[in-house]
Design a protein around this ligand. Structure first.
Ligand SMILES: Cc1cc2nc3c(=O)[nH]c(=O)nc-3n(C[C@H](O)[C@H](O)[C@H](O)COP(=O)(O)O)c2cc1C
Length: 192
């Protein structure tokens, strides 16, 4: 069975980010793969900001015990990791970024301690979903992709898929059949 962790990084449930993510998850469920999907609303979790104390550089672990503990285990055990975020000030939401910053633990354990706190031999597939309220611009999501690239490298996950949707403040994703069927198809082909 393949395990997928889907992190929903919008503070708004049942809006654009959430609905687009759900459509991908629907596709994954219909893909024929034996999958166990865990969807987490970051808004409901207690995840503190990184305080740069460098304890992960000494122990390979974060000193803070909060809801990141489960997320760390899920990254380690996962075959797929999906991050869904709205575009805020040209990058990912703060809910998403706080979670990402806590992944410094992987950088420290790998490059300072040379003792990775994640299974680096496991193959994982990553997807990033992002929605922006403003009309389409060519570089609209360019502030996110280097962040996601580094994040997926930190969790030893191959950053394979992106889904971007613009102009969601004017036309929400659920009114866009083409986008929703693309998201569904990308879910169906997630591991292919
Ligand atoms: C704090 C904040 C910052 C935003 N910054 C941007 C932005 O830089 N570019 C953009 O296209 N939309 C921006 N938006 C609009 C959101 O991306 C848009 O409303 C999106 O649909 C929110 O996702 P949701 O519907 O899942 O909550 C911003 C919205 C908020 C609340």
């Amino acid at each position: 069975m393949k395990k997928i962790l889907a992190l929903m990084g919008s503070p708004r449930k049942n809006k654009n980010t959430d609905k687009l993510l759900n459509k991908v998850l629907e596709g994954i469920k219909d893909s024929g793969e034996d999958v166990d999907i865990k969807k987490v609303y970051l808004k409901d979790k207690d995840i503190a900001s990184c305080i740069a104390c460098d304890s992960c550089g000494k122990t390979g672990k974060c000193f803070k015990n909060d809801d990141m503990d489960d997320i760390y285990s899920d990254f380690d055990e996962g075959d797929g990791v999906i991050i869904a975020s709205p575009l805020y000030f040209n990058t990912v939401s703060s809910l998403t970024k706080i979670m990402i910053d806590r992944c410094q633990v992987y950088w420290s354990s790998k490059y300072v301690l040379k003792n990775p706190s994640i299974d680096i031999n496991k193959k994982r597939v990553g997807m990033f979903i992002c929605v922006g309220g403003a009309p389409y611009r060519e570089n609209q999501f360019d502030g996110c992709t280097p962040v996601m690239d580094l994040f997926f490298k930190a969790i030893n996950t191959s950053y394979k898929h992106n889904i971007f949707a613009s102009h969601t403040d004017k036309t929400p994703v659920w009114e866009r059949e083409d986008l929703m069927s693309k998201a569904y198809e990308m879910g169906k082909n997630y591991f292919k």
